[in-house]
Structures are given as C-alpha cells and as structure tokens.
Design a protein around this ligand. Structure first.
Ligand SMILES: Cc1cc2nc3c(=O)[nH]c(=O)nc-3n(C[C@H](O)[C@H](O)[C@H](O)COP(=O)(O)OP(=O)(O)OC[C@H]3O[C@@H](n4cnc5c(N)ncnc54)[C@H](O)[C@@H]3O)c2cc1C
Length: 370
C-alpha cells in the first residue's frame, strides 16, 4: 500500500497496515503548516446528542479505540504524548458548562472512557487549573485527554518503521493509467501499489485534481500561541473549555499553556503569523486567563485544518477513481478522530468491511459552500 501524508491520519494508517504485515510506503512532503504539528491537542472523542447515527457510531468506535492505541504504542516502548489529565468546562453563569449533557453521555456504557463527571461550584475549577479566575464554576470530565500531537505522530511513525514501513520524502503525484490509479510519482521515482491512501490533509484536493476529481476540502488556517510560565509545573493541569466562548486552553509540561487558535477559512495556504492573529490570541488569552499577563510568549504555530463545507469528514473510495481511498476533512477535530480515521482507511484499502455506515462521509458527495 502507499499512503500520501504523514500527519496523524497517515501515520495511523501506516501503523495499522504494517502491524498487519502489509508492505507499506509512506510519502510526505513535510509542508510547513501541517495541521498535526500545530494542533492544540484537545481530545474529546464523544458524540453529541444531535449527531446523526453514523457519526455517532464512528465517534463511539473512535472513543474506544484511542486509549487502546495509545496503550499499545506505550507497551511497544514509545512515548505517546497522550495524557488523560481530565477536562474542565467552565463558565461564569452556570448555564453553559454542559453538566447535564456530559453527565447523560457518560452514563452510557459505550462512553465509559469519559469516567466521572462532576459539577464544580465557583472557585473549584481554579483548584485544578490555578490560572482560572476565582468566579468560574463548571464541570470536570475525568477521562478527557490532551495530545502532544508531534510526539504521537512520531510514535506512530517509528512503530510503523520498526515493522518495515518505507518512507519517501517529497511531493507525491498520482499515477493514472486511464482506468485506475496505479501508484504515485515522487521526484523521478514511480511507486506502484494496488491502493493509494490519500491522507494529505488540507492538500488532498490538489492531489486528486490531477485525476479530474474535485474533492471538497479546503485549508482553514489556525494560529495558536504557546506561553511559558517559568517556575510553574503545568503537567497535571486539565484541558479547559470556556463555555460561553467555545474557547479551549491546554497545558503541556513542563510549564506551557497553549490557547485557542484562530479559525481563518479565507487565508488559503498563507502560513504567516499575522498581526491580527497574534492580537486575537493574546487578547483572548489575557481576557480569559489574566494570570498569563507575565507569561513568556514562546511561539505561535500555524497550521491548516482540512475543512469541509458540511463539517463532515471525507472517508472512503471514489467510484470514478479506482485505486484510491480518501481519508481527510476532519477540520478542527483531527487529533481526536484522526487515529481512528487512519485505521478505517487502512481497512478499506485492504478491502475489509469497516463494519459501519460510512455513507455520510463519501468523499465525492455534493457540498454547497456554507
Ligand atoms: C491551530 C489548530 C488547532 C487544532 N486543535 C485541535 C484540537 O485541539 N483537537 C483536535 O482534535 N484537532 C485539532 N486540530 C485539528 C487537527 O490538527 C487536524 O484535523 C489534523 O491534524 C489533520 O491531520 P491530517 O493527517 O489529516 O493532516 P496533516 O496533519 O495536515 O498532514 C497532512 C500531511 O500530508 C502531506 N502532504 C500533502 N500533500 C502531499 C503530497 N502531494 N505529497 C506528499 N505529502 C503531502 C503534508 O506535507 C502533511 O505532512 C487543530 C488544528 C489546528 C491548525
């Protein structure tokens, strides 16, 4: 098999194929702006009540798969970057933290990974995330996790390489014989395989355009700012969601706090840190966490989320393009669902029944711009 793209999706597919003993090549252009390298790392794999059944099923399977995959990598001796630190949903009024929703969900047996869900009175969230202002109340979800995505990506890649993965650095172009895709060209080299998995994130449309297929995935630029708090140990701090804003903050050891991320669908593949992006990140961060005032601004990362107009992923084969499986379009949720999307793509490439309804995710479905 050939996989194009070594983000979280492509490396997961590579791990899954190589552990099944399948001869696999992974091609990656290492674009600056890879979403996986920029992501905030909030892992929330549970469905919402209004999700359609196939989406619900996919998320339920992904939620169950995540800890198993990470445990397997850890047993294999890899540092995974995955930590179940819990998650806080906080707000000032007591309305937006979502206690009832989260509690109901956590009581279903298939979402046992959520663990306990506890309501916290004002002042208590601060005991877990010391930068929070005193007046925030909220909800604590025990099983929520954060992912240091570059570390997880490296773990998947290394585990696959140990099982025989061949890696090619370069820009892949599909090879098309008039009937089917037969492989890819990288530089002057032609690689052939029965199936090519296109896991090229926001760049996936460009690959298929060569074969005349209009894939509806576009880049949604995100700029995310990292702060350091010298002398503070942030390793055990939970992920925080500010209910009234839908805004997220994540902490990474030894002393980092990472906030938000802009959502810029108009920016194309422009990978600059912009004045407006930085202003947005700094002002929002200080607004919700005034305690960051004296923090060091370490860096701002830029990444391109693979967005779709209907907000659903692209996962499956394309009738008029035999020889290709598409796995992309996870937008702002790819660190959460990407590992499982990679597994399903691998199964499809092997001709196996994924055991769930993937029709809402058909890569060639019609989509009108929102
Ligand atoms: C600022 C920001 C914050 C985010 N926060 C979260 C979060 O908290 N939680 C969450 O779940 N998700 C989050 N996401 C979303 C998540 O990061 C992405 O959905 C996910 O990483 C997409 O992974 P991918 O493997 O599909 O694509 P990518 O990680 O973008 O990887 C695609 C790879 O394909 C390669 N490629 C492209 N074209 C070619 C070609 N022709 N030949 C060879 N290689 C090619 C690229 O170089 C790249 O390495 C965030 C994203 C951003 C940008």
């Amino acid at each position: 098999m050939i996989i194009v793209g070594a983000g979280i999706v492509g490396t997961s597919a590579a791990f899954h194929l190589t552990r099944r003993g399948v001869s696999t090549a992974l091609v990656d252009a290492a674009h600056l702006g890879q979403a996986t390298a920029a992501g905030l790392g909030v892992v929330f794999p549970w469905p919402l009540p209004w999700d359609e059944q196939p989406v619900w099923d996919f998320k339920a399977r992904a939620a169950e798969h995540y800890p198993r995959l990470m445990a397997e990598l850890a047993e294999d001796g890899h540092t995974t970057g995955y930590e179940v630190v819990g998650g806080l949903s906080v707000d000032l009024e007591g309305d937006d933290a979502g206690f009832d929703l989260l509690r109901t969900l956590s009581q279903r047996p298939e979402f046992a990974t959520m663990g306990g869900v506890e309501r916290l009175s004002p002042g208590r969230p601060r005991e877990r995330f010391p930068l929070l202002p005193e007046d925030y109340g909220g909800v604590f979800v025990e099983g929520m996790a954060r992912l240091n995505a570059p570390v997880a990506r490296a773990a998947l890649f290394n585990a696959a390489e140990e099982r025989g993965l061949r890696y090619f650095k370069g820009d892949a172009h599909l090879l098309w014989n008039g009937h089917r895709v037969t492989g890819v060209r990288v530089g002057s080299e032609d690689l052939e395989a029965p199936v090519v998995i296109v896991a090229a994130g926001a760049w996936s449309a460009g690959l298929l355009a060569v074969a005349g297929v209009d894939l509806h995935v576009h880049p949604v630029r995100g700029q995310v700012t990292h702060f350091a708090l010298p002398g503070r140990d942030t390793r055990t701090w939970p992920v925080v969601r500010f209910g009234e804003r839908g805004y997220f903050v994540s902490a990474f050891g030894p002393d980092r706090v990472v906030t938000g991320g802009t959502w810029e669908p108009e920016a194309g593949f422009d990978r600059r840190v912009t004045a407006a992006g930085l202003l947005h990140n700094l002002s929002t961060a200080l607004d919700v966490l005034p305690g960051l005032e004296d923090a060091t601004v370490v860096e701002t990362r830029v990444g391109f989320r693979p967005g779709t107009h209907d907000g659903q992923q692209l996962l499956g084969t394309i009738e008029r393009l035999p020889g290709v499986v598409v796995a992309s379009g996870l937008g702002g949720d790819g660190l959460t669902f990407g590992p499982f999307q990679g597994v399903v793509a691998a199964r499809l490439a092997l001709g196996e029944d994924p055991g769930m309804d993937l029709s809402p995710f058909r890569p060639d479905r019609e989509m009108a711009p929102a």
